[in-house]
Structure formats: C-alpha cells, structure tokens
Design a protein. Structure first.
Length: 311
C-alpha cells in the first residue's frame, strides 16, 4: 500500500498586548486573579510542524539563542498535550521563527504552543473542535487560549477564561523592544512585594468599562487614557530605564504608552498608520530601546498559512 507522508504545516501566530491588566489577589494555587483585556497584534511567530523520526525543536530569528529547544519550550508541552489526547507518539520536527520579542511580555512562548496545537491538529488530521483545543491550551499556560483565539477578548481567572470584546476598526501601535527580558514570575513577585510595603494600600485597576466603550467605538483618543497595567510599577521597579522609554514615546507624539504585560516591551498607541510611522522614527532616534516595530490590531489568532502563500 502506498503511504503518503503528510506535508509540513506552517502556522502564523500573533503577539498580544494587555490593554487592561487588573491584578487581584494571590490565589491558593499560586496564581493571581486577573481581569485583562487582550488584543492580538501583527507581530508574529511562524511555526512549522513536520513529520520526523524523532522530536526536535529549532528556533531561528531575533534572539533565538535565548529560547530553549528542549522540554522547557512551551511548544514541547503542546506536543505532549496533543499527543496524549490523540494517541500519537509526538515525533515531529518543529521550527519556530521568532518575530515576537523573547521574554518581552507579549506571550511569545504561549503563541508558539498555540501554533503547535493548530499545526498538529492539521498534520495529524485530528477531529478536535476549537473548544476542546482551548481546554488543552489552558492546561499548557494562561495565555495560550488567547493566542489560539486572537482578536480582542476579556480574560478572567488566570486570563484563560475568554469572552470576545467588540472592537471597531484597527488600532495602531509602536512597539519598543527592550535590550533584555523580564521573567513574568519575578514581576509578579515584585508586585506582591510592592503591595506588601504600601502603607496606604496600592492603586489597583478598576473595571475596564471605559476601555471597552472606547474599543467598541474604535476611538484611539478615548482608548489612550483608559489603558492600564497593574504590573507596570513592578516592571519599572525591576527595570527603571523603562521610564525613559515610556517618556520618549509620549514625547515622540504617541497618544499613550504602556508596558506590555509583565514587560519589558512597551507599546505606544497612535492615531493611525501614518502617525505610527512618525512616532516609530522619532523613538528609534531616541536610543531608548533595542529596536522599534510597528504593529496593528486586532488580528486573528493562530492560523494555518495556506500553501500557496508560502514563498
Ligand atoms: P508571558 O507574557 O506569556 O508571560 P513573555 O512574553 O514575557 O511571556 P516568552 O517570550 O514567552 O515571555 O518567554 C519567557 C521565557 O520562556 C523565555 O525566557 C524562555 O526561556 C521560555 N520559553 C519557553 N518556550 C519559549 C518559546 N517558544 N518562545 C520564547 N520563549 C520561550
């Protein structure tokens, strides 16, 4: 009998920005209770999965040598999870091309895990619906369900319970990639430390009502003052140079700047695509970050790249 080797599957998966990140109390399971509004933006990783005799992960692209290629890569966990669910042995070759800043607070590892779930579902021709895939994703990491889904969504729990959010049009961002990374658990620990030392009770984000209305209206000028991130003081405490980055972005004319998630990447909201080009040029000249990128959102979550568009 003729056996046909399945063709490699390539998946594109976006980075995320937290437009609102409200961090509540530390739960008994060690996670914080979150209320967050995610937006998927047009910085992306590309992940190719292919049949192989043994499992391997290779990583190329910006800062690739900072990414593990063993079982500590979230893509590896994703292979294990889908193999266990479908009865496959999980012998696949995964190639990750990083476009999402590593350890940058933009969920790069989670994105790759989501891409592997989508890629292997296609490669193995598994009949798994999106809800089941989302449950598998939540078992891998808090941000993985959003990387699958993309768009704009409100996340609660650890961020894994998602509901879609109405968002009109596109928002335009300038992304300042920092020279180093920040560890997400360390940023949360720093936040707990800052909160414990605050005599007056620290500021916490309220409900994101105004932000949700600005998104529904597609109004960047209304969205700008509503952006908020409870992790930002902790990220600034661990990396004080980010203050300069944030200042330089607003001095360059951005409507607002915010640390993305646990940082250290900063995101600057602009009026439109032309404005983003201007702000990016000025920010690049200010010498306050390693690189400057332009992005827009919302964009879809992890998606197979059709064969005909692969160059
Ligand atoms: P998040 O915002 O989801 O907390 P992050 O965007 O700040 O995460 P990642 O890029 O996911 O950070 O990387 C965090 C760490 O995870 C890295 O330092 C790296 O050692 C490890 N890691 C594991 N798998 C990956 C992956 N596929 N891509 C990038 N980093 C990975």
């Amino acid at each position: 009998m003729l056996s046909v080797v399945p063709r490699p599957v390539r998946v594109r998966v976006p980075a995320k920005i937290n437009l609102h990140l409200g961090v509540g109390d530390l739960r008994d399971d060690g996670y914080h209770q979150l209320e967050t509004v995610f937006q998927a933006v047009s910085l992306s990783d590309e992940v190719t999965v292919a049949p192989a005799d043994r499992r391997s992960i290779t990583v190329i692209g910006d800062n690739a040598n900072a990414v593990p290629t063993d079982h500590t890569n979230l893509a590896w966990t994703a292979i294990d999870a889908l193999a266990a669910m479908t009865g496959h042995r999980g012998e696949v070759a995964v190639e990750i091309t990083k476009g999402i800043p590593v350890a940058g607070g933009m969920a790069g590892g989670s994105a790759d895990a989501a891409a592997v779930l989508v890629g292997l579902t296609r490669l193995w021709r598994s009949d798994i619906d999106r809800d089941d895939l989302s449950s598998v994703a939540a078992g891998i990491g808090s941000d993985v369900p959003f990387s699958l889904r993309g768009g704009t969504a409100l996340g609660t729990g650890r961020g894994e319970h998602l509901v879609g959010v109405l968002s009109r049009g596109s928002f335009h961002w300038v992304i300042a990639v920092a020279g180093g990374g920040l560890s997400t658990p360390e940023v949360y620990r720093e936040l707990d430390h800052l909160r414990a030392g605050s005599a007056t009770g620290e500021h916490r984000a309220g409900p994101p009502d105004e932000l949700l209305q600005a998104l529904a209206a597609g109004d960047a000028r209304r969205l700008a003052p509503a952006l908020c991130n409870d992790l930002q003081p902790a990220a600034l405490s661990l990396m004080p140079t980010l203050r300069r980055t944030l200042r330089a972005g607003t001095e360059a004319g951005a409507l607002a700047g915010i640390v993305s998630g646990s940082g250290p990447t900063c995101a600057f909201l602009c009026d439109d695509a032309d404005h983003a080009v201007d702000v990016a040029a000025e920010l690049a000249g200010a010498g306050v970050c390693r690189s400057v990128r332009i992005a827009s959102g919302p964009v879809p979550g992890a998606r197979v790249v059709p064969d005909e568009t692969i160059g």
